[in-house]
Write a protein that binds this ligand. Structure first.
Ligand SMILES: Nc1nc2c(ncn2[C@@H]2O[C@H](COP(=O)(O)OP(=O)(O)O)[C@@H](O)[C@H]2O)c(=O)[nH]1
Ligand SMILES: [Mg+2]
Length: 231
């Protein structure tokens, strides 16, 4: 956790920071997307950008271990102009860069905020990791954990911090459920048992507008964020 003294690092925000920057303008809401390799994090980021980019000013930070592949995919797909997409090469287990030493990610977010100000939303995609990987609250304001039905319908039952504590749990690739024998109803019951009142959505990004419920959830947080900044 970074605890930079406000006198020397006036622009740096921590989990206790509200939506206003030192100059009184609103900073971007930071949304983290974590989850295992291949669950659909990059596909979700791409779909969110396509759905929300006309309404909000968005930037993206991706994390890969030794490459920039996710950022390159997003650039190829032209989901945002190139200056809005930054790749962080973690060089180590992905969770370290989003939870333990978040400095490279913070610098990437802060650079985007400075060069593209005013930004409404920064999406930060973690490198694929295991079920224990969560974001530091010094890096993101809210976090989404993405799992998929093809990795086993017992995953929600197994729990772990991503599944139990993320602000939104996304169970992706529901289109594959019949092919892999996944019981979506059982996954929903297990997820609710693990998460109580925290929301869960089931998505298939192969269908048109499959990201809608996630996009609505992000939009609701953005609206709340603006209200908070205005008071
Ligand atoms: N069938 C199906 N495939 C998906 C879905 N979402 C993502 N994929 C595919 O799953 C693979 C991994 O997705 P990606 O977003 O790269 O996963 P990440 O490693 O979590 O970022 C890609 O080939 C995607 O096209 C989905 O809802 N259904
Ligand atoms: Mg990815």
């Amino acid at each position: 956790m970074h605890l930079d003294p406000p006198a020397t690092m006036p622009q740096r925000h921590t989990h206790s920071a509200g939506p206003l920057r030192a100059d009184g303008s609103r900073r971007a809401l930071r949304v983290g997307l974590g989850g295992p390799v291949g669950s659909g994090k990059t596909a979700s980021v791409a779909a969110l950008c396509r759905t929300l980019r006309d309404r909000w000013s968005i930037a993206v930070v991706t994390n890969d271990i030794y490459t920039r592949e996710d950022a390159e995919y997003l650039l190829r797909e032209a989901v945002l102009p190139p200056e809005r997409i930054t790749a962080v090469e973690t060089g180590a287990c992905p969770h370290t860069a989003i939870r333990d030493d978040i400095s490279a990610n913070l610098e990437a977010v802060e650079h985007l905020e400075e060069t593209l100000h005013p930004l409404d939303l920064v999406l930060i995609e973690s490198g694929g990791d295991n079920l224990t990987a969560t974001f530091s609250k010094g890096l993101v304001d809210v976090q989404i954990f993405v799992i998929d039905v093809s990795s086993g319908d017992d995953i929600p039952r197994k729990g772990g911090p991503g599944i139990t504590t993320a602000d939104l749990l996304v169970v992706n690739k529901t289109d594959l459920a019949p092919h892999v024998g996944a019981d979506l109803a059982a996954m929903a019951v297990d997820a609710e048992r693990q998460r109580g009142d925290l929301p869960v959505v089931f998505t298939s990004l192969t269908s048109d507008d499959g990201i809608r419920e996630v996009a609505d959830w992000v939009t609701a947080h953005l609206s709340e964020w603006r209200v908070k900044a205005a008071v």
